[in-house]
Design a binder for this molecule. Sequence first.
Ligand SMILES: NC(=O)c1ccc[n+]([C@@H]2O[C@H](COP(=O)([O-])OP(=O)(O)OC[C@H]3O[C@@H](n4cnc5c(N)ncnc54)[C@H](OP(=O)(O)O)[C@@H]3O)[C@@H](O)[C@H]2O)c1
Length: 304
Amino acid sequence: MKKILVTGSNGFLGQKVVDLLSGNDLYAVTAISKGTNRNPNQVGYTFEQIDLLDQSAFMGFLSSHIFDAIIHTAAMTSVEACEADKAACQLINVNLVQTLASYCEKHQAQLIHLSTDFVFDGQKGTPYHEQDIPNPQSEYGKSKYASEQILTQSACNYAILRTILVYGINGDPNRSNLVLWAKGKLAQKEAIKVVNDQWRMPTFVDDLAYACQLAIERQAQGIFHISGAELMSINEAVYKIAAYWELDKTLISEISAASIGQADNRPRQTGFDLSKSKNDLGYVPTGFIESLEIIERQFKEFGR
Ligand SMILES: NC(=O)c1ccc[n+]([C@@H]2O[C@H](COP(=O)([O-])OP(=O)(O)OC[C@H]3O[C@@H](n4cnc5c(N)ncnc54)[C@H](OP(=O)(O)O)[C@@H]3O)[C@@H](O)[C@H]2O)c1
């Protein structure tokens, strides 16, 4: 049985990873998060409430556990929060990765670290390869790139999974994302404004959680791009969501990124070349519409 630590287990991805890996004979999962456990699924794994920035608590925890792999999903994930509190962003998104890299080096554990398309400036015009040179434009992107550099310059056994605009549903009714937000607002007949000049390859959270498992199973090493395979503008994504759930598209109005202050701190166009993940990990992204069908079934499973 592989002993796995999942950080940020209350988070959007963290809950999915815990649900995917726990309750079987392959993995013994320990989940940690800052808040009390918000995952409705509370069996088949161990949970500990730990603030990763509480040095003595976290170092005490690490020194009393030996893990084979750490899936590090905890982060300061809001672009605006990182701009507003650069010091906290540095501590959580960068310094913490150094602590985990040192642990993994010492114990020959594998570190699966989550990063972002926001390490790129979005000017390339075609999907990004793993070896393209980052040029982050936001504090969040800079912190994630700095965390990547800690790993690429360390002797730690690491896999960096960069991902893009993650969507889907988990057991936390308070955690929203593009699909749940658009569906929810349109279902309530509320008008929404959607950016029409940012292009992404949105990532189904179930695919991303599975990619974390693949990275462990295949002993992945290096940087991997993990996203959906379809490039679309944000407004195109929302029109597809409205069409799938037969919601009123006239409630959608298009706006520019500049009009909401996102022209300078978010890349205009990202999207990933997925060849490496497909070839080396066996990663197969779910189609966007197929993922909406799965989400529709999951709404019922989560009683929502
Ligand atoms: N979501 C996206 O669209 C997206 C896109 C690109 C990359 N990523 C990357 O993917 C990873 C997962 O993203 P996500 O959307 O799942 O994040 P999320 O929902 O914001 O979850 C992050 C979790 O980190 C935990 N955390 C933060 N600070 C902590 C601390 N000091 N101590 C302990 N736990 C702490 C929080 O736990 P509590 O809730 O318990 O406070 C939170 O639930 C991140 O590295 C993110 O940068 C995400």
